[in-house]
Design a protein around this ligand. Structure first.
Ligand code: GLY
Length: 562
């Protein structure tokens, strides 16, 4: 072969090699069914229930309760959550088991005599607690769709609580950090007052007892039985206002999820009282006409167009949204093409739109960063997506030793005083003001995605106000930027929420030139506010029908499947 031909051949091989698409880095692959959650113990228990022939709703009860044992930071009996489902026949729905304000709650309950917000009252201790919804939620999902006996589902969870759970490094650090709050919130020392270290085993005999009574007596044990009596008395002894009547009246509620199209995807997400579905729909519909694929992942243009759509959606978010049982949410208007087109009309790639020009009043978000998410797809093709929370990490920090669980501080998700910033420097609105029996606004965004009419993904995350933008970036990572599920959950994330007027970015994970270019266009970049944005978990259905788990390494999250 002549030298020239050899050179051509060599160049051709080089070109071909560089053209070859990089093999995606994939998470756990399973043939039939999968659970992805914040702890391997919970994922394994969910998987075990599926292997025994249970469906996604049986596994939901097992995984949710196992997280209450293995991940007390956010998993809970003393909190609430949302579930979105898609059955194997394509029908969809949503379950709201969000906490509620007690009967004795009042609009001004967190204000002093001259109308100022009393520090910590809505965040720490018994006054911060909303009426818990988790037990009602998992029982309601099981009542409607479950197939295995409650005992089969709950026994492994109770066994886990008795055997104990190994402390991870993350857990050691979180427990150490929260010690001062545990002391302030509780009259006595609690199980977690001890200096727990990585690899210690914490046993949970008291929650095991509570779960055993619930297994034997059903959901009413928690709301009307011995547990309800203990709980109401405990909260009141600690200065709270929740009564046995509040517990007896709690009901989970079936809701119609938010559904919308983006290209050939159909996205199914949580409706009010979560803002997640509406805000995500507004953002994705606002950017649908831009060629994000061509702009590139986390490029200046992609970040700009998403940040501008986020700015506008978050400005709408808290102003209009609240519990639909109490306020009229103008959902159709907020999601209409014309409305969204008008909202984006002021956007230009040349420079940032100042948030003052987008605002129309006193609106914003009031959630904290700690929550947890799990996704399940069963061997029958049913999918669920569940996000559940105590609000802050370990909730109100008030721990009911006798029952063995923390109580939420979800009351802080209401606007304590509409128009005045809360502890996160954020402002609330009238639609989310406190009323007895009302549910507080949330950002939780459990989501299921279809592609061309078929199940594609179940996804969600913790992260307070950043939940919405983390979930939508993960969907775009798979759909626009062709990432695997694992790559999509691991990719660096950014977030804009209208106020404060800044793009929050995960530190040291974005290209410096990109950041400089955004700054030149007038964007304020904040790489200090959040070490991580979201801890996303998801399951992707691959073209051959197998399942890929995406378990975010920002947490201790893990997939389990078969
Ligand atoms: N407490 C966090 C949320 O509901 O969004």
């Amino acid at each position: 072969m002549k030298l020239k031909n050899i050179l051509i051949l060599f160049a051709t091989i080089l070109v071909c090699l560089s053209c070859q698409k990089k093999e995606p880095v994939r998470g756990l692959i399973a043939q039939k069914a999968m659970v992805v959650s914040a702890r391997i113990e919970a994922s394994n228990i969910g998987k075990q229930i599926l292997e025994q022939g249970g469906n996604a709703f049986d596994a939901m009860m097992a995984t949710d309760l196992a997280l209450a044992v293995a991940y007390p930071y956010a998993g809970n009996l003393g909190g609430g959550g949302f579930m979105v489902y898609r059955l194997n026949d394509g029908s969809v729905g949503a379950l709201d088991y969000r906490e509620k304000a007690p009967f004795a709650a009042t609009k001004d309950m967190y204000l002093d005599s001259i109308g100022n917000v009393i520090p910590n009252l809505s965040t720490r201790g018994a006054m911060a607690v909303g009426v818990p919804g988790t037990v009602a939620g998992v029982f309601e999902a099981h009542r409607k769709f479950g197939s295995l006996p409650i005992e089969t589902i709950m026994k492994p969870v109770i066994a886990l609580a008795r055997k104990g759970v190994i402390v991870t490094k993350n857990q050691e650090l979180r427990l150490a950090q929260k010690q001062p709050d545990f002391k302030l919130a509780n009259k006595d020392s609690i199980l977690f007052s001890k200096n727990w270290k990585e690899n210690d085993t914490i046993k949970y005999p008291n929650i095991a007892e509570t779960l055993t009574r619930i297994m034997e007596n059903g959901r009413d044990e928690f709301y009307k039985g011995q547990s309800a009596k203990i709980l109401a008395k405990f909260i009141q002894n600690n200065g709270g206002i929740i009564t046995e009547k509040d517990l007896a009246n709690y009901e989970a509620k079936w809701r119609t999820p938010i559904t919308f199209n983006y290209d050939n995807l159909r996205i199914i997400s949580m409706s009010p009282p979560s803002s997640g579905g509406i805000a995500m729909a507004q953002i994705l519909k606002s950017v649908e006409d831009y060629n994000l694929h061509e702009f590139g992942h986390n490029s200046v243009k992609t970040i700009q167009v998403l940040a501008e759509a986020e700015r506008r959606a978050y400005a709408d978010r808290s102003y209009y949204l609240g519990d639909p049982d109490f306020v009229n949410v103008p959902q159709d208007k907020l999601l209409s093409d014309n409305y969204l087109k008008n909202r984006m009309a002021s956007f230009s790639f040349k420079k940032a739109t100042p948030s003052t020009e987008v605002s129309h009043g006193t609106v914003d978000i009031i959630e904290s960063d700690e929550t947890t998410h799990y996704s399940i797809i069963d061997q029958f093709g049913n999918a669920i997506s569940v996000t559940t929370t105590l609000n802050s990490g370990y909730g109100s920090k008030l721990y009911c030793e006798e029952l063995g669980f923390f109580l939420n501080n979800e009351m802080d998700d209401f606007s304590s005083k509409p128009g005045v910033p809360n502890v996160y420097g954020l402002i609330g609105a009238e639609a989310n003001a406190i009323l007895p029996k009302k549910r507080m606004l949330s950002s939780m965004t459990p989501t299921i995605v279809e592609k061309d009419g078929k199940l594609l993904m179940s996804v969600g995350t913790p992260g307070g106000s950043t939940i919405i933008t983390s979930v939508l970036q993960t969907i775009l990572n798979v759909h626009e930027f062709e990432m695997s599920m694992q790559e999509a959950v691991e990719a660096p994330r950014f977030h804009h929420q209208w106020l404060p007027d800044e793009i929050r970015m995960e530190p040291n994970r974005f290209n410096k030139e990109t950041i400089n270019s955004l700054k030149q266009k007038g964007y304020i970049i904040n790489e200090e506010r959040s070490l991580v944005i979201g801890i996303v978990d998801g399951i992707l259905v691959l073209p051959d029908g197998t399942l890929e788990g995406g378990a975010d390494s920002r947490g201790d999250d893990a997939s389990a499947g078969f």
